[in-house]
Design a protein around this ligand. Structure first.
Ligand code: PA5
Length: 397
């Protein structure tokens, strides 16, 4: 279950009449959202696609011992975030999934190529456009590695693609070599693609897809609360609270905050508008960023994501460690609030697949509402294209 409290530690910062005026327009915003063209993610995923993912997942598990996911931004962050929450810190018995394609570091690729020398590897290359620089370079590099070991016929067994169904370099590749290819749906953008093969195939190797999908669909009940969250953020922005700090108290939720940052930054950071998302992984960052949040420039509000229970019991002085962690969390809320920082709270009573999937739908919905409140298009990212075209002037991949 997920509990939300957007009132207790924000109401003294917010103009309540203006807030209620916006809340009363909720149905207009839901209508506006549903009229947008890139909203395939609001629906349940296609059953045939899920069956295909499950069959491919079995094929990968039966034939390989490592999947390398090549993708960047919305093409990998969802599954990476989810996987990071549930895999063990140390004894990882999961099927090995490596996320590559997010860096042009030569050291990284060099070490990756050495690391996979004795592995039985399958590549999963994800790019909706099919032309993203980092993905293309990493794919070419890893394909060359495979070519050194295997004949072209064998590459066909080892390369799986996920791209749009009409154009781009990856699409051409899928036609030319007849690689197994999943379609990246036209009406879903990268950062909203959690329920597509881009994320569900890597996750299917280690987690129960049906529970993930069920949790996602549970999120359909959260339109009201997502609009409330978006409205509260919008009101805080009007009070010059320009930065949202996502706070988590579990190390393994760190990548989840990376997913959140991309989701909100690319969705609403346009036309000189939007809240700038940052994150702190506590208690670690209380000893670094905490000072600024407590006493620095008051342009920050915070969204705490609290995990109520832990299945893994550790005791310190007769108190469960999770309880101590949450005592710190509550104390930080009080301290920061007293320091003039508004705080929104989300509490997960359990950390399981369904809950995280529901939470992801909730945040996607909230981000989209938020962009509509800022009167920007939630589903484009023209700013990202600017750097891409600058690169193209100097280097055509
Ligand atoms: O959310 C988005 O749309 C972006 O972050 C993209 O996912 C990212 O730029 C990668 O694009 P592509 O999938 O076309 O390689």
């Amino acid at each position: 279950m997920i509990k939300f409290d957007f009132q207790t530690f924000t109401k003294s910062f917010i103009n309540i009449d203006e807030y209620n005026d916006i809340l009363n327009k909720k149905n207009d915003y839901i209508k506006k959202l549903k009229e947008c063209s890139m909203t395939g993610w609001l629906e349940a995923p296609d059953k045939d696609v899920i069956t295909d993912i499950k069959i491919t997942s079995k094929y990968i598990k039966d034939n390989f011992n490592c999947l390398i996911v090549v993708g960047i931004g919305g093409s990998y962050l969802g599954s990476y975030a989810f996987d990071s929450i549930f895999k063990s810190y140390f004894n990882n018995n999961n099927f090995e999934v490596i996320y590559a394609g997010t860096t042009l570091s030569s050291k990284y690729l060099h070490e990756l190529s050495k690391y996979i020398q004795n592995k039985n590897v399958c590549l999963y290359v994800i790019s909706k456009s099919g032309s993203t620089l980092e993905t293309s370079i990493t794919y070419k590099f890893l394909k060359d590695e495979l070519k050194r070991k295997y004949k072209e016929e064998e590459l066909k067994n080892r390369i799986i693609l996920c791209t749009n169904d009409s154009n781009g370099k990856l699409f051409d590749e899928s036609i030319k070599y007849k690689y197994k290819t999943f379609t990246f749906p036209k009406n879903i953008g990268g950062r909203y693609s959690f329920m597509t093969p881009a994320h569900l195939l890597p996750l299917s190797l280690n987690y129960n897809l049906d529970e993930i999908i069920e949790g996602y669909l549970e999120g359909q009940k959260l339109y009201d609360v997502a609009f409330e969250y978006a409205t509260t953020r919008f009101m805080l922005f009007k009070q010059k609270k320009y930065i949202e700090n996502f706070c988590v108290y579990e190390e393994n939720l760190g990548p989840f905050t990376e997913w959140l940052k991309q989701l909100f930054a690319e969705t609403e950071g346009k036309n000189g508008k939007g809240v700038f998302p940052v994150s702190t992984i506590n208690t670690r960052d209380l000893h670094s960023l905490g000072q600024f949040i407590q006493e620095g420039n008051k342009i920050i509000f915070e969204t705490f994501i609290k995990v109520a229970n832990s299945d893994d019991f550790v005791e310190y002085q007769k108190k469960e460690l999770q309880t101590i962690n949450n005592i710190v969390l509550e104390s930080v809320i009080n301290a920061h609030y007293k320091g003039g920082v508004p705080i929104l709270q989300i509490e997960l009573t359990d950390l399981d697949y369904e809950t995280i999937s529901t939470l992801m739908f909730f945040f996607m919905l909230s981000a989209a509402f938020s962009a509509l409140l800022f009167e920007v298009d939630p589903f484009n990212q023209p700013g990202v294209e600017v750097y891409k075209s600058e690169v193209k002037k100097k280097f055509n991949n």
